[in-house]
Design a protein around this ligand. Structure first.
Ligand SMILES: C[S@@+](CC[C@H](N)C(=O)[O-])C[C@H]1O[C@@H](n2cnc3c(N)ncnc32)[C@H](O)[C@@H]1O
Length: 267
């Protein structure tokens, strides 16, 4: 179904209000195609009707699905593997396993990034006091992260020693899937949160992964997100960005120690 400029603007405004993401006009057809199954499922015959639905007092559930449809959740285990190797080497001789260490996957999507961090931390601090928090704006993605049920084919990216140590193949109805073991799961928590208006994350971290999400925001919102993130990073802590992302301007208090990896330093 085609979408008029007015309908595109209406839906784009809702997306912006809830995520901070604003699509440019060239994305109108993509929006229409991503929403087509939702219009059918909700029996809306126009995009305007769909807009009325998601902005109505009873439209919360559909609003979550709308956000989910228009955000990109692509992720995989050990994405940009060199960053995980860097993290391992960096902490190997620097931290005792008795000192608590907290990591945050700040746009965790369906959980692969958070569980990858968890495997490295367990390898470093076996039986130690480490934890990983994952947050994402998409409730569906967060539920999938909590469930931790992944297609077996996606395990290929996990280094063999971690696959052996932490992954469990599904059997019976779960054939073709795998999950992570109880010990890894027990150190990981997931919650819905918006990077622009963080409500749940009110503590600070030693390691923050903020990868492949800044690209969706304009410069002003990127700055607001970085401010929120840096505020929650401990001194000496590491911030990992995606390889296609970088801080546009030098930022006092953040020292670049490797491409796309920053350390928080005292001013
Ligand atoms: C491409 S995925 C990146 C996942 C993972 N960090 C990685 O690099 O593989 C981007 C994620 O950012 C989330 N996202 C988009 N806007 C957000 C916001 N305002 N607050 C929190 N998460 C957001 C999306 O729901 C999506 O799951």
């Amino acid at each position: 179904m085609t979408i008029s400029q007015l309908e595109f603007n209406q839906l784009n405004r809702v997306l912006d209000e809830h995520t901070g993401i604003r699509l440019n006009n060239a994305k109108a057809d993509i929006m229409a195609s991503r929403l087509s199954s939702r219009l059918r499922a909700t029996k809306c015959t126009t995009h305007n009707q769909y807009y009325q639905l998601i902005t109505s007092p009873n439209g919360h559930k559909e609003l979550d699905i709308f956000i989910d449809k228009l955000t990109t959740h692509e992720t995989y285990f050990f994405r940009e593997q060199s960053q995980f190797e860097f993290m391992y080497e960096y902490y190997r001789n620097r931290r005792s396993r008795n000192v608590p260490i907290r990591a945050w996957s700040a746009a965790s999507s369906t959980g692969e990034e958070a569980y990858s961090i968890a495997m490295v931390l367990d390898d470093l601090f076996y039986n130690g006091r480490w934890s990983v928090t994952g947050t994402d704006i998409s409730p569906t993605a967060v539920e999938m992260a909590k469930e931790a049920c992944f297609a077996v084919s996606t395990a290929q990216k996990i280094p063999k020693k971690y696959r052996k140590a932490y992954c469990l193949k599904g059997i019976g109805p779960n054939e073709g899937t795998f999950t992570v073991n109880k010990s890894i799961k027990s150190h990981c928590t997931f919650d819905v949160d918006n990077l622009l208006h963080l409500r749940k994350v009110d503590y600070s971290f030693d390691i923050i992964f903020l990868r492949n999400v800044l690209i969706y925001f304009d410069e002003i919102k990127q700055k607001a997100i970085i401010d929120n993130i840096v505020h929650r990073l401990n001194h000496g802590g590491l911030l990992f960005l995606g390889h296609s992302e970088s801080l546009r301007k030098k930022r006092p208090g953040l020292e670049l120690i490797q491409p796309c990896i920053y350390k928080k330093v005292r001013l």
